[in-house]
Design a protein around this ligand. Structure first.
Ligand code: ZN
Length: 199
């Protein structure tokens, strides 16, 4: 998910600026997949165990997320990897202790309430729309250390998690906006589908 109003302080520009992530070899941002790419409509597969390969994916995806400057969430599907893995970083400052989540096999166990807020997606640039979603969720997942965890989320965190979990099921936020609005957007979406993207 993207949020254009906030910019982080050049986190991606420094090779040493990622101490909160697993330190592996040098990583490069991955190629983002854009609307129209069939991979975005595929269902991702659960991860059996978090191994070196998964930790490397997490590291590469975090770098990819920071590279966008506006991203606050990224699902593996969006870099063409069909594994149930997502990253959420809603921290305002790099030093903040909470707000960074790297979750394998995330599941929503419970949801409650209703909330409407604007969403954007790194895979659908320049399009932002109001989306209605449950306000509170309970999530179960596996972390980078292979530990199972369960927590409650609301507000922005709940929204980003739901947006990213949708990606793992091949669902995009535009699927969740009303029929009439989507009708109005259809020309714009067709243009996006045909657009040439940087590689
Ligand atoms: Zn998205």
């Amino acid at each position: 998910m993207s949020k254009p109003k906030r910019k982080r302080k050049n986190r991606h520009s420094s090779e040493d600026g990622m101490d909160e992530t697993p330190r592996l070899e040098k990583t490069e941002p991955l190629q983002l997949r854009y609307y129209g790419d069939p991979v975005l409509r595929k269902r991702a597969e659960p991860v059996q165990e978090v191994t070196y390969e998964e930790v490397k994916l997490a590291d590469d995806m975090l770098k990819t997320l920071y590279f966008t400057e506006v991203g606050i969430g990224l699902a593996a599907t969006q870099v063409g990897v069909l594994k149930r893995f997502l990253i959420v970083d809603i921290r305002e400052e790099e030093e903040d202790e909470t707000g960074l989540f790297m979750l394998f096999n995330p599941e929503i166990l419970n949801s409650d309430g209703e909330d409407i807020a604007e969403e954007g997606c790194l895979s659908i640039p320049d399009l932002r729309e109001d989306v209605k979603r449950p306000e509170k969720i309970v999530v179960r997942a596996i972390d980078l250390q292979n530990q199972s965890l369960e927590f409650e989320a609301d507000g922005l965190l709940a929204r980003v998690l739901q947006h990213e979990i949708d990606h793992l099921n091949g669902t995009l936020f535009i699927d969740r906006i009303s029929g009439i609005k989507r009708q109005l957007l259809s020309d714009e979406l067709k243009k996006l589908q045909k657009a040439d993207r940087p590689t």
